[in-house]
Structures are given as structure tokens and as C-alpha cells.
Write a protein of this length. Structure first.
Length: 597
């Protein structure tokens, strides 16, 4: 699909017309210094002055050059989606006003984004316009990562930014490594003028350095990143105005503030090489903080499989990568200095390796392409109508805490030669609830009479809800059934003995079982994540991030755990409907097609 992607900044506008699949550009427009007498734009190799022009004026003037080619949809980068926009969303007047209501979260960016949206919607009214939010990829941050330790009633939380880039380069890295993103723990370092780092655990953002606003975290071009909030209070108390403090932290800090020579790292590197102490300190603070975050994010994920550098600094500064990656051997990351020196990414070679052949952790440079990431998300939404043409309701099953055992474990817990006995069949053919139950032994308390499910499995696994985790005092990750690598251990107590598992405690990833024929009908495949709308007790709810599991022997059913069922007041007999397919793509308004009756 040919997608027109708009990225409207406060005084700039970038427009790319590109193929969502190949990423190939058909046309590009770059406008600068908008709303000033020096306003100008470049398109088709021509540079044109348009004194005083705003976003609308530039678009209007340049549109004939851009729309000489057929366009199927328009994508708009929107910096902040607030708590509600966690997916790319089709724009209409209601959605546009909802975005306008988020202005206080990003006072510089949102008005600019809206100026681009309004101008393009007016000039191209016949095309679907889809907003892609910087914050959306981070909507999977667990509560513990998105919460500040301040009273929750104040309403502040962490959102994270640069989502399309983190998602795009993590997928690019997985593709390069010939692995599924859902099998990898990746740390992505987006180091441009704005900089952020994200822990992408099995395809989902679980921690990121930017917070409520894009000011938190790494050292950036002119933004401070992390500072003690006590400093702000001190500056205010010592007589600085709020605007002055804002200017210091957003425009006068980071590389610019430390070096005193501006925010361009190329200049800072040159001067540091000539002995400039302030420039040396700027590089040291930037790289030290990045190293600190990499160590922290490896700890958050219980390990790391790949570290990816991207954006202007990440793609180009061998010095920064060198300072960040030396002595990471303790993590299993062995850095190759020669490869680093020679690394050069381009559109044709978007990924280059920096690790030695014996490094367990892969270290990569990847060329980010935010317009392409946005075009990909837009194409998925724009084509959603076809994939979900047939959308029969899906029965919902509520899955209580339960245990899967190996034969060896059965014998340890119930006695030598013991075999499990069937109490009742389950909805999935061949699976059954057993008469046997066990005690799950936690750090704080135990849970008695947890049902064992048959048949026996190649690995032991204990599936509990979040509430159970707190009761037990053990933190379990959200995982697909069977994926127990790197999960916490747990002790089980049976009539004949105790068994301590080294790993196996999980909180089950909500999922839908289906046959290959079902998958074809819904236009999804094994491992996809989808949204499911459920109309329960008159409440219209959407469950995001539902994993598709496909097998010949499966019966169509969505499984959620008891916490989710309780929260959503779902009971036996309720049904759901797919509202989006594929990672990241969505069309929430399709919900209106859904009638559970
Ligand atoms: P933005 O966030 O504005 O898109 P970019 O991703 O273009 O920013 O990154 C800009 C940063 O990349 C600048 O600090 C620039 O100095 C740095 N950069 C670009 N090329 C190099 C290079 N060859 N060596 C060091 N830094 C570079």
C-alpha cells in the first residue's frame, strides 16, 4: 500500500510517501521554520521559500507533487496518546477532539500534530487518516514500571515515547537474527536528539526510560533526562520562574548544557578529541547513564539476548557504542571493536553486527525508519476490513489456577508408579481436570487444593493469577503456556512428598485456542496478538494483547484468568469478537459491528 506519512513538529513538517511493505519512498517533503518569515520546504529536489507559511499552507502548496502518485491512506505521527490511545486509530472528529484534550501532556507537540492532521484531512478528505502514537508501544508496561512512587490520585504515570522506533528496530533485529521477537529479550537504544531506551521482553515493552513526558531518562541533545526533582524545587525557590526552569531542563541541558557548544554530538566528539574537558564530560555522562540503564534493563528482564543501537547517535557514533559496550562480558555481551569501527548501516544494509562470534548476547546497529514503522501500522489498520470480514463470536473460558506435571513429578508428589486420574474433561479435546490437587508453597502463604490438569506434560508448570502471586509473595511473568524458561521456581506439596521446581510459575498470557481453519477465517496466525471486544453485562470492554494459539486439535475458545473475569464481570456463556488482527494494527471502531446477542 502507498501511505502518506506526516510528522508535524512545532516549526517543521516531514512528509513521506512510501510503500508500507518495501519501505521504498516515492516522494518526500521537508519543511522548516514554519510560521516565520524564513519558512521554506524542499520537495522533488526543489527548495521553495514560502514566507510565513504554516503546516496547512505548505501542504496545500506541495500536495500536487505528492499526490501525483496514488495514495491509499494517510498516517499521522502523534506524540502522545494519553492513557486511552494504545493502538493506531482511525481519525474522525471525535478522535481529533480526544487528541486535542491531551494537549497538556505535550504542549509543544500536540498542537503541531493537530495542525498537520487538520490540514491533511481537509485537503485529502476521501482517504482514511490514521493516528499512530509514540506512546502506544509502551501501553504494555506493567503497572510496577509505569507507576511513580507518588500518590496515585495525582494522576501521573509513565507513558514512554519513540514507540514506533523501538518496536520497528526490535522487529528488525529479530528478523536479522532469524528469530521470532516473541523469543527474545531485546534492549533497544534510540539515541537521536531525543533519546530513550526500552526493554522489549518477548515482543512487548516492559520498561522504558521516558516517562510522563519525554524529559525523563537518558542524556539527550538539549534535555537533561533524569535529575533529582529536589533540584527543580530548589530552582523555583531560588526565584526562577516555571518557564525558566522548563527552558533550562528542556532546551539548555543534556549534551548542550554539559558541553557548552551545542547539542550536535559530532562537534562535541571533535572537541573532546582536542582536549575540551566540558565536551569530554558530556560524552562520559551520556555513555555512563546509558550503560547504567542497560544493566538495569537486563536485570528487569532476567537477562538479555540482544542490544540494539539506533537513530543518529546510535547508528553513527562508534565512540558512544564503544564506551557503552566495553566490559559487558559479565552479561554475556562480547563487543568487537573492529566491527564497531567499520559499522555502517543504510537502507540496503539496515542491520550490522557488533558482537564477537562467541558472544551470547548479540549487539547490533539497526537503521530506524519511523515513517516506515508508521506506514506499516497504518496499512494494517487500513486493511483491517478485509482480514476481519468474517467474525463469528468466540466463547470465553475462565481458567482457574492449575498445575501441569511431568510423570516424574507425579510420582514424587503422589508416590512411585502413581498415574493421574480423570475427574472431568476440559473444553480442549484430550485435556482433563484430575481428581488430584496439590498445595502450592509460597514465600508468604500457601494455596491449598490447586487442581492438577492432565495429561502429563514434558515440563511442569504452575499457572496462577496476579492476585495469587501477591498471596504467594512471588512475582511471576506473563507467559504463553509451555514457555517457562527464566520463570521463577515454586514448591509443590503432595500426599507423598514435596517437589521444588527450578522454574515454572507463570501468569498465563490471555489467549485464544483455534484450529488452522478458524485462523484462516479470522485472518490471523499462530502467535499473533489481537484485541477482543466483550460485551458483558452491558459494558463494552476490549481485551488487548490476546495471543492466538493454533493447533488442529484445538476447540475455539478464549481463555482469561479469574482476575480478569472478575474485573470484567464475565461469566460462563459470555462471548467475544475479534476487533483487530496482527501486532499493532487495530480498528477499535469495528466493535460497533459486534452484537453478542
Ligand atoms: P532526531 O531525534 O532529531 O531525529 P537524529 O536521530 O537525527 O535526531 O540524531 C541526531 C544526533 O545524531 C545528533 O546529536 C548528531 O550529532 C548525531 N550524529 C549524526 N551523525 C553522527 C556521527 N557521524 N557521529 C556522531 N554523532 C552523529
Amino acid at each position: 500500500m502507498q501511505i502518506l506519512v506526516l510528522n508535524a513538529g512545532s516549526s517543521s513538517l516531514k512528509v513521506d510517501l512510501l510503500d508500507s511493505h518495501s519501505g521504498e519512498r516515492t516522494a518526500a517533503l521537508r519543511a522548516e521554520r514554519l510560521c516565520t518569515p524564513q519558512a521554506s520546504y524542499r520537495v522533488d529536489g526543489l527548495s521553495i521559500d514560502l514566507a510565513g507559511a504554516d503546516h496547512a499552507a505548505v501542504l496545500q502548496a506541495a500536495l500536487p507533487a505528492l499526490t501525483a502518485h496514488p495514495i491509499q491512506a494517510v498516517g499521522h505521527r502523534v506524540v502522545h496518546g494519553g492513557p486511552d490511545f494504545s493502538r493506531p486509530t482511525l481519525l474522525d472528529t471525535v478522535v481529533v477532539s480526544s487528541i486535542a484534550a491531551l494537549e497538556s501532556l505535550a504542549p509543544l507537540h500536540i498542537p503541531a500534530n493537530l495542525a498537520g492532521i487538520r490540514a491533511a484531512m481537509e485537503l485529502l478528505p476521501e482517504l482514511p487518516h490514521i493516528a499512530v502514537f509514540d506512546t502506544a508501544f509502551h501501553s504494555t508496561l506493567p503497572r510496577r514500571a509505569r507507576s511513580y512512587a507518588i500518590p496515585q490520585a495525582l494522576g501521573y504515570r509513565r507513558f514512554g515515547f519513540h514507540g514506533p522506533s523501538h518496536q520497528y528496530v526490535s522487529q528488525l533485529a529479530a528478523k536479522h537474527l532469524d528469530e521470532d521477537p516473541r523469543d527474545l529479550r531485546i534492549i533497544t537504544c534510540h539515541l537521536g536528539n531525543g533519546a530513550s531506551i526500552t526493554a522489549v521482553e518477548y515482543g512487548r515493552s516492559v520498561e522504558t526510560s521516558m516517562g510522563h513526558t519525554p524529559l525523563e531518562g537518558l542524556v539527550m541533545g538539549s534535555r537533561s533526562g533524569d535529575v533529582d526533582p529536589g533540584i527543580l524545587m530548589d530552582m523555583l525557590r531560588s526565584g526562577k520562574s516555571i518557564d525558566e526552569v522548563d527552558t533550562i531542563l528542556n532546551r539548555g541541558s543534556g549534551l548542550a548544557g554539559l558541553s557548552g557548544v551545542g547539542k550536535d554530538l559530532r562537534d562535541i566528539e571533535d572537541r573532546a578529541a582536542d582536549g575540551d574537558e566540558a565536551c569530554r564530560l558530556a560524552i562520559q555522562v551520556l555513555t555512563h547513564r546509558l550503560r547504567k540503564y542497560i544493566g538495569a534493563y537486563a536485570a528487569v528482564m532476567g537477562g538479555v539476548d540482544a542490544i540494539v543501537f539506533t537513530a543518529g547517535i546510535g547508528e553513527n557514533s562508534a565512540l558512544v557504542r564503544h564506551r557503552v559496550c566495553q566490559r559487558l562480558d559479565f552479561l554475556g555481551a562480547r563487543f568487537d571493536e573492529d566491527k564497531n569501527r567499520d559499522a555502517q548501516v543504510s537502507r540496503t544494509t539496515p542491520v550490522v553486527e557488533l558482537h564477537r562470534s562467541n558472544s551470547r548476547v548479540r549487539i547490533l546497529v539497526a537503521k530506524t525508519d519511523e515513517a516506515r514503522a508508521i506506514a506499516g501500522a497504518v496499512a494494517k489498520v487500513a486493511s483491517g476490513g478485509e482480514t476481519l470480514a468474517e467474525n463469528p463470536p468466540i466463547p470465553i473460558g475462565i481458567s482457574a489456577r492449575h498445575i501441569h506435571l511431568t510423570q516424574q513429578a507425579v510420582e514424587t508428589l503422589f508416590g512411585p508408579g502413581y498415574t493421574l486420574t480423570e475427574r472431568a474433561p476440559l473444553s480442549q479435546p484430550g485435556q482433563f481436570a484430575c481428581n488430584e490437587t496439590l498445595t502450592v508453597v509460597g514465600l508468604k502463604r500457601n494455596i491449598e487444593k490447586v487442581r492438577v490438569l492432565g495429561p502429563i506434560r514434558p515440563k511442569c508448570q504452575v499457572e496462577v493469577s496476579r492476585t495469587d502471586e501477591f498471596f504467594l509473595g512471588i512475582d511471576a511473568p506473563v507467559r504463553a503456556s509451555g514457555d517457562v524458561t527464566n520463570t521463577p521456581g515454586i514448591t509443590l506439596k503432595g500426599p507423598a512428598g514435596k517437589l521444588t521446581l527450578k522454574e515454572g510459575l507463570i501468569c498465563a498470557w490471555r489467549h485464544i485456542h483455534m484450529t488452522p481453519a478458524d485462523a484462516e477465517r479470522y485472518g490471523v496466525k499462530h502467535g499473533d496478538t489481537v484485541d477482543v471486544a466483550i460485551n458483558s453485562k452491558g459494558r463494552d470492554l476490549t481485551f488487548g494483547d490476546v495471543m492466538i494459539r493454533v493447533k488442529d486439535s484445538y476447540a475455539l475458545e478464549m481463555h482469561i484468568d479469574t482476575d480478569e473475569a472478575n474485573a470484567a464481570q464475565i461469566s460462563r456463556g459470555d462471548v467475544g469478537a475479534l476487533v483487530s488482527s496482527g501486532q499493532g494494527g487495530t480498528l477499535l471502531r469495528r466493535r460497533t459491528n459486534f452484537d453478542p446477542a
